[in-house]
Design a protein around this ligand. Sequence first.
Ligand SMILES: [Zn+2]
Length: 238
Amino acid sequence: MGQGLSPYLQRVAANILPLSQDQEDVVEALKEWEYRGDKSDVEDAVETCQLCDHYPIRYQFEIVNRFTNYRLDIGSECITRFDVAVIDEEGVQQRGAVAAKIVAKDRRKLEEESRRRTVRRALVQLAKMDQRINSKMLDSIANAADDRGLSPKQASLVVWRLDENGIELPRSYLKVMLKKAAEQDDLLAMEDFKLKQLWPCLTAAQQRWYSEKKPAFDARRAKLAAMNAKPGHPPLRK
Ligand SMILES: [Zn+2]
């Protein structure tokens, strides 16, 4: 076994052949395995891919041998690289691009769950430490962070209080919503120092949107302010 294989494939062969029906041909042996949707996040990159020995991996995808029932926890990249079969939601075996898409989607799901957990933890910690934010307020913020995202004002408050309490949270984990007109206006009207804190939470598209809209928004505000400040001008009547 293993003659003429790259060192990489030799490692795969050593791992998989003893657990497969075909104990000679690594390519044939790989065809016996499938990913059925069982995956986990060990939260720290501390695991080794049981197929190729790659270290470290964080997201483990379980593959099962159809004949021997042996199981291996491997990296999602390896499923795609070796075209391991993927069982879709209807129970149909997929390979190639369709399989890769399912694996990528499952991987994103794990990452999204991890993001939510991390945000929750930071907010719980904040509730314990911070006197300025009461737990009810934090509850609604936490729910918003889970669901649709935070309004610019909520996000600004959270970032400010996290910083103040020295609680670490990757800024991109906080999602800011800019769908409603009120949310858009709140962001455009935000003071510079607050905006600076909030900026890393915004997506590239949101940052572009802001840079495009801000000049006209400021011009409109300046015009309104000038109109209101005109002395001796009686209010217009209809
Ligand atoms: Zn691997």
